[in-house]
Design a protein around this ligand. Structure first.
Ligand code: NDP
Length: 326
């Protein structure tokens, strides 16, 4: 028997709760993992609360991230005792996920725990942190170097945002953090932000082009915010777009792209190819200060996951949430 969060949807409605179940209920897969930690991401919040159509089959164990020890494996790359990390691949959406003490997965989805991190640190990073690194890599790939100018991070006090601020600051960029939470200004400065701006300046409809300010941007918010970010990019500036916390729409014009050569670089973590994942984890090992990571992390138990998911959806959670499932 093992404990898990289970999401059910039937005539009685949509609900998520802590339950105990038999190992025989685990889905198919070639690797069985004793989970140590999971984490809470925006997508887990959508799944648990039912606020977004994330879960594609029911019942579902949510949790797009997990770290744990292999108990049994018929996959050539993994043996009992190995410590492995999983991010994405539809886990927690179409395949049972990490908010449980056991998981059965495809070995091809796993990466070995990087030597630089403890299991808990790997989940403090989680999909949000690994996505923040993918965004930084996208800016680098398009030639955004620290000397080019200021980098804007939107949704800065959230999980992706917090890690992006920390990474970019450590790499020598001048980071401007956009947040709706003025009370988190000191927190964002402690992560390395040089300046804090009010997200309300960006979240309302704006002009097709604005004063050129940003050399690069990491946008976790979408909608009018992303449109306004694009409008205020410097000539040949680059926006790494990964999120939709304000909305999935993009009410923009092509002006920034055709007049200023702005690049809109999309970032997906879920089906990101393995070589890019490994590169992102290697760079996290190099570029993320463990003390800063700890400072942006809160730990909860599995029995708190449903309540904290509701807080996350209400924009009340700061940084990253690690879930100790045991
Ligand atoms: P969090 O909830 O931790 O952070 C989201 C932040 O966005 C909030 O903390 C808040 O920041 C800001 N925000 C929330 N609501 C609004 C709003 N209505 N208008 C403007 N800003 C808002 O989530 P994560 O960091 O886990 O994820 C951030 C986004 O990135 C999500 O949309 C998520 O789906 C996406 N994502 C995408 C991935 C990919 O593969 N493309 C992978 C991981 C995440 P503040 O309080 O500072 O204003």
């Amino acid at each position: 028997m093992f404990k898990a969060i289970l999401i059910e949807k039937d005539n009685a409605g949509y609900r998520a709760g802590l339950t105990e179940m038999d190992d025989a209920r685990l889905p198919d897969g070639d690797v069985t993992v004793r989970v140590a930690y999971s984490s809470l991401n925006y997508k887990d919040g959508l799944a648990i609360t039912g606020k977004g159509p994330v879960v594609r089959s029911f019942p579902m164990v949510p949790g797009i991230d997990l770290v744990g020890t292999v108990e049994a494996s018929s996959h050539a790359a993994y043996q009992a005792g190995d410590t492995v990390v999983l991010n994405g691949w539809g886990v927690g959406e179409v395949h049972w996920g990490g908010l449980a003490q056991r998981a059965r997965l495809k070995g091809d989805w796993l990466v070995p725990l990087p030597a630089a991190f403890t299991p808990r640190q790997a989940m403090a990073i989680g999909t949000a942190g690994y996505t923040a690194m993918l965004c930084v890599l996208a800016l680098e790939r398009h030639g955004v170097t620290p000397d080019k100018g200021e980098i804007l991070v939107t949704g800065a006090a959230g999980g992706v945002g917090s890690v992006a601020v920390a990474l970019l600051a450590r790499l020598g960029y001048t980071v401007v953090a956009s947040t709706g939470r003025a009370a988190e200004a000191d927190y964002l400065k402690s992560l390395g932000a040089a300046e804090i701006i009010d997200r309300n300046l960006l979240s309302v409809p704006g002009k097709p082009l604005a004063r050129e300010r940003w050399a690069g941007a990491v946008d976790t918010v979408g909608s009018h915010t992303l449109a306004n970010v694009c409008a205020a990019m410097k000539y040949r500036g680059v926006v790494a777009a990964c999120g939709l916390a304000q909305g999935a729409d993009l009410p923009a014009t092509v002006m920034p792209f055709i007049l200023r050569g702005v690049t809109l670089a999309g970032v997906d973590s879920v089906y990101c190819p393995r070589p890019d994942r490994l590169e992102a984890w290697q760079r996290l090992a190099r570029d993320l200060d463990p003390a800063v990571l700890e400072s942006l992390t809160t730990e909860i138990g599995l029995d708190e996951a449903v309540a904290v998911a509701t807080e996350l959806m209400a924009g009340q959670v700061r940084g990253r949430v690690v879930v100790d499932v045991n």
